[in-house]
Design a protein around this ligand. Structure first.
Ligand code: DGL
Length: 261
């Protein structure tokens, strides 16, 4: 239900940790006059190896908190939580949710080699929902997957380019390059922060696909259709919450280039 949304209210956004900041950046660019309330579930990060029931319970509790704080729309800035919980959230709450899933469709459309690689968490790749995406969109293109263990932890620690980080990335990406993938889907919102390191590894000709901007456009469409875009003329503030240490979360944001507000 999208009627009656309060235009001046903030957009809620959540992730297991700092990954959703890659989506927040796209949202701030697309919707500069909006206010944002970002929730990082740092006490329960990473989600990628957790069971569906746990992720669903966390997504529900965080959404309830964002709604209590006045959110007019919630962006689930996490592929893992979207896949595990978005149907449940939509059934449970009345406000609109915008979620995200690994960009299989745009990757297939962009591929010339007929091979695309999807980099995501174990949980995202395990479910029927991901298989349904592949079945719906692969159209003769071979979709290779990699459950990237350890990547989220590196981003949470702000380690985006150390030799150990590069070795970890190489181990997962090399088989995809050998399989002739010419598009790599960044199917977890933490991974865009590793894009410069990945670019160094794969060279200029492989397309790294980040779905953050498409999610931001979708959020803008939903709010526009509901006549709920913020009419303010200045930039909107971003407020921060987390389930772990506020101090650590502030440090993490700083490391990833987010001002310490
Ligand atoms: N950033 C998340 C995603 O997009 C979840 C990462 C995790 O906590 O494992 O999948």
């Amino acid at each position: 239900m999208t009627a009656g949304l309060h235009a001046a209210a903030p957009i809620g956004i959540f992730d297991s940790g700092v990954g959703g900041l890659s989506v927040l950046r796209a949202l701030q660019a697309q919707l500069p006059h909006e206010r944002f309330l970002y929730y990082a579930d740092t006490a329960h990060c990473p989600y990628g190896e957790r069971d569906v029931a746990t992720i669903r319970a966390r997504a529900e509790a965080i959404s309830a908190e964002l709604i209590a704080a006045g959110a007019k729309l919630i962006v689930v800035a996490c592929n893992t939580a979207t896949i595990a919980a978005i149907a449940h959230l939509r059934a449970r709450f009345e406000l609109p949710f915008v979620g995200m899933e690994p960009g299989v469709k745009p990757a297939v459309m962009a591929s010339r080699s007929g091979h695309v690689g999807v980099l995501a968490t174990t949980r995202s790749l395990a479910g029927e929902r991901f298989q349904a995406l592949v079945d719906a969109h692969a159209r003769g293109v071979t979709v290779h997957t990699r459950a990237c263990s350890g990547w989220v932890e590196r981003v949470e620690a702000g380690d985006l380019h150390s030799p150990a980080c590069m070795a970890m990335l190489r181990g997962d990406v090399q088989p995809l390059i050998e399989a002739r993938c010419d598009v790599l889907v960044l199917g977890c919102t933490h991974f865009p922060f590793l894009a410069p390191a990945l670019r160094d590894l794969v060279g200029p000709d492989i397309h790294l696909l980040d779905t953050g901007p498409a999610v931001a456009r979708q959020a803008a469409r939903v709010l526009g259709d509901a006549a709920a875009l913020n009419p303010a003329s200045g930039p909107g503030p971003t407020l921060w919450r987390c389930s772990g240490s506020d101090h650590d979360f502030q440090q993490q944001r700083r490391l990833l280039g987010f001002a310490a507000t």
